[in-house]
Design a protein around this ligand. Structure first.
Ligand SMILES: Nc1nc2c(c(=O)[nH]1)N[C@H]1C(S)=C(S)[C@@H](COP(=O)(O)O)O[C@H]1N2
Ligand SMILES: [Mo]
Length: 317
């Protein structure tokens, strides 16, 4: 996380706008095809994982609630952070392309009445998959607007029934150095771990995503299932999850273990608290020129500020 984006990586506006026009033309089928997908008797998970192709996928909406345009599909799938593959933004696309993401299961355990393992097929068929357009703000100072397909994390929690001892939720990414070459590096305390307080995890904006732009997630975006917490810095949104545990103590995330003075447990987007090495007051929206102001809680303040009442947000970064 040392290299905030350089200008050369930014899509020229003209190219971006022409892509947008192309997408708009491809949209007539959008809502219908999305609905058909989620109601179909064929589980989506038997479809091949999305690959990099030139066809702009269908969407039912193109803007977030503030009118920000969604980031192009090409930018979302080609500019990623996935350290299990590489610290580079473009290399995970190639290095992750053969990641085996099916079959897949997610074990949910710890302080719960009904511990269980969910196959990705069960997840896709049991939890209604909805489109959610969220801003994503990386702690490095860049952001995107991403049309996810997913469902509230609370739905899975309701099924496993956390007990009164459960205070936090701990998430774990797959550990498989043979498939994930970055895990051969001793520089990181693998596997990737993240965590939320239980009430944060139950918030409606906390989702598990299985797709974006109406397609299954690409491996580099965290296939087949990842967390998305739009009011927190992007590193909280852990990819390729194999385990979700209800625990009593605050989990230590990979980034906390690596650099506790730079990456805290809460990691709520906050323009007033600079990273020790750079400002957090503004951000580069991928696909646009210039920088824009970063918003408190990434613009989700009305929805989530209540979770942190009485907390000093400048300390609890
Ligand atoms: N397992 C895992 N999850 C991860 C990461 C990672 O390296 N490994 N990177 C994080 C960071 S720093 C960001 S900004 C987002 C990026 O998501 P995207 O690449 O799909 O845009 O994923 C997060 N989830
Ligand atoms: Mo990030």
């Amino acid at each position: 996380m040392n290299n905030p984006i350089s200008e050369s990586e930014i899509t020229p506006e003209a190219l971006y706008l022409s892509r947008r026009r192309f997408m708009r033309n491809a949209l007539s089928l959008s809502a219908a095809s999305l609905l058909a997908g989620s109601c179909s008797s064929t589980p989506k998970s038997v479809l091949p994982t999305a690959t990099v192709d030139a066809t702009p996928p269908a969407l039912s909406k193109f803007q977030d609630e503030f009118g920000n345009s969604v980031t192009s599909y090409e930018n979302i799938i080609s500019y990623t952070n996935y350290y299990e593959f590489s610290g580079d933004k473009s290399r995970p696309t190639e290095l992750a392309k053969d990641l085996i993401t099916y079959p897949w299961s997610v074990q949910v355990d710890g302080y719960v009445n009904n511990p269980q393992s969910f196959s990705i097929d069960q997840i896709r068929s049991s939890f209604e998959q909805e489109e959610r357009i969220f801003r994503m703000r990386c702690v490095e100072g860049w952001s995107m607007v991403i049309p996810w397909i997913g469902f509230p994390l609370s739905r899975i929690l309701d099924i496993v029934e956390p007990t009164s001892e459960a205070k936090y939720v701990r998430f774990e990414t797959m550990l498989d150095p043979e498939q994930m070459p970055g895990q051969k590096s001793g520089a990181f305390p693998w596997p990737y771990i993240e965590g939320l307080r239980l009430d944060e995890a139950r918030h409606d904006l906390a989702i598990l995503a299985t797709g974006l732009y109406g397609k299954n997630l690409t491996p580099q975006n965290g296939a087949p299932i990842r967390l998305v917490i739009p009011w927190k810095y992007g590193f909280k949104s852990i990819k390729s999850i194999v385990k979700i545990s209800l625990v009593s103590e605050m989990p230590v995330s990979l980034w906390m273990a690596l650099s506790p003075n730079e990456y805290g447990f809460y990691a709520n987007v906050n323009p007033n608290v600079p990273h020790p090495r750079w400002t957090q007051a503004s951000e580069q929206r991928i696909g646009q020129g210039g920088r824009i102001d970063t918003l408190m809680f990434n613009g989700y303040e009305d929805a989530v500020a209540g979770l942190y009442e009485g907390m000093d947000l400048s300390i609890n970064f």
